[in-house]
Design a protein around this ligand. Structure first.
Ligand code: NCD
Length: 307
C-alpha cells in the first residue's frame, strides 16, 4: 500500500492502516537487526540525506545506520559544518541538496514548521526527525511498536506521559498515535510545563504524579528541555525531581507489569532515577533498537521501489 502523503512531517500524515503497515515492516526489520549479516539491500541505488540543524545521538545515527543496512547511500549534514554558517537560507540549502537527487531528506530543525518550507521546495520525500516543540513522528512510531511488543494491544491501556510536555515534540506525536490506537492518555507536569489549551490535545491532565501513575500500564518520562526554555519555569531541579521525578517508590503506584519508557537522552536523578532507568520495568534501551527498525521500515516504504 505504501504511504500516500509525499512527506512525513506529522504523525497524523499517516492513516491508522499506514501506521500498522510501518509497524508490521518494522517487526520484519527487527529480525534482520538480530542477524549477524544485517545487509538487506532493498534501497541499493537510492540515497538519503540526513540534514540535522539540532543535536542528536539516537535519531541521527539510527536513520543513518537504517539507510546503510538497507543498502542506500547516506550522507550526513550538520548545520555547524554546512553553508548555513555562511548565511544560506533553509530554502536555498534544500533546493541545492535536491539537485543531488536524494530520494529522501531526513531533517531535524529547531523551528516548528521548518519542514513545510523544505518539503514544498524539493522533489525528495521529507521525513521529520524533530521540529522544535512540534512533532517527532518516527519517535511516535517506535513508541507504539515498543508498547505493542509488550502489551499486544494499546486499546484501553492507561499511558502516563510525565515531564516537560510544553516543549515536547515527542509528547505531541505520542499523544496522537496512542489515542488513534485507543489508549487512555494522561499528561502530568507542573502547570508551567503544560501548553495553553492543553485539553485540546485530547488527554487527561493532572499536576499530581500519583494520580498519573495510579494503575498506569505505561509511563513515558520526558526530559526537561532546558535548551528551549527562556525563563526558569520551575524553582529548582531538586524540587522538580522531588515532585515529578520517577523513583522506585513512586513506580510502585503503577501496575506491577508497568513499562517505563523515555525517548532519551535521560537525565539520571532528575526525571528518572538510575534504579528505575536500569530496572526491570525499563524498556528504554529496547526503544533504541525499535527506533532503528522503525526507521528502516520508513525508509524502505518511502524510498523503495514503487514508493
Ligand atoms: C527527543 C528529541 O530530540 O525530541 N530525543 C530523541 O529524539 N530521542 C527528546 C529529547 O531530546 O528530550
Amino acid at each position: 500500500m505504501g504511504i500516500q502523503s509525499k512527506d512525513l512531517i506529522n504523525l497524523d500524515d499517516l492513516s491508522k492502516a499506514e501506521i500498522e503497515e510501518v509497524l508490521t515492516k518494522a517487526r520484519e526489520m527487527r529480525m534482520i537487526l538480530a542477524k549477524e549479516d544485517k545487509k538487506h539491500p532493498v534501497l541499493k541505488g537510492r540515497s538519503v540525506i540526513n540534514l540535522f540543524y539540532e543535536n542528536s545521538t539516537r535519531t541521527r545515527s539510527s536513520f543513518e545506520i537504517a539507510g546503510k543496512y538497507l543498502g542506500a547511500d547516506v550522507i550526513n549534514i550538520t548545520a555547524s559544518s554546512s553553508s548555513v554558517t555562511k548565511g544560506e537560507s533553509l530554502k536555498d540549502t534544500a533546493r541545492t541538496l535536491d539537485q543531488m537527487a536524494p530520494d529522501i531528506i531526513v531533517m531535524r530543525h529547531k523551528a516548528s514548521g521548518a519542514h513545510e518550507i523544505v518539503a514544498k521546495n524539493v522533489k525528495a520525500r521529507v521525513i521529520n526527525a524533530g521540529d522544535g516543540t512540534h512533532q517527532h513522528p518516527s519517535q511516535g512510531l517506535l513508541d507504539l511498536l515498543t508498547i505493542l511488543t509488550h502489551k499486544g494491544t494499546i486499546n484501553g491501556l492507561k499511558v502516563a506521559i510525565i515531564g516537560d510536555i510544553l516543549h515536547s515534540r515527542v509528547a505531541r506525536s505520542d499523544i496522537w498515535g496512542l489515542k488513534t490506537f485507543g489508549a487512555d492518555v494522561w499528561l502530568c507536569a507542573p502547570p508551567t510545563l503544560l501548553p495553553a489549551k492543553v485539553e485540546q490535545l485530547g488527554a487527561k491532565v493532572t499536576y499530581h504524579m500519583e494520580e498519573a501513575l495510579n494503575d498506569a500500564d505505561v509511563i513515558i518520562m520526558l526530559r526537561i528541555q532546558l535548551e528551549r526554555q527562556k525563563n526558569g519555569l520551575f524553582p529548582s531541579v531538586r524540587e522538580y525531581a522531588a515532585l515529578y521525578g520517577l523513583n522506585n517508590k513512586k513506580l510502585s503506584i503503577a501496575k506491577p507489569d508497568v513499562l517505563v519508557m523515555h525517548p532519551g537522552p535521560i537525565n539520571r536523578g532528575v526525571e528518572i532515577s538510575s534504579e528505575v532507568a536500569d530496572g526491570m520495568a525499563s524498556v528504554i534501551e529496547e526503544q533504541v533498537n525499535n527506533g532503528v527498525a522503525v526507521r528502516m521500515a520508513l525508509l524502505e516504504i518511502m524510498g523503495g521501489i514503487g514508493k
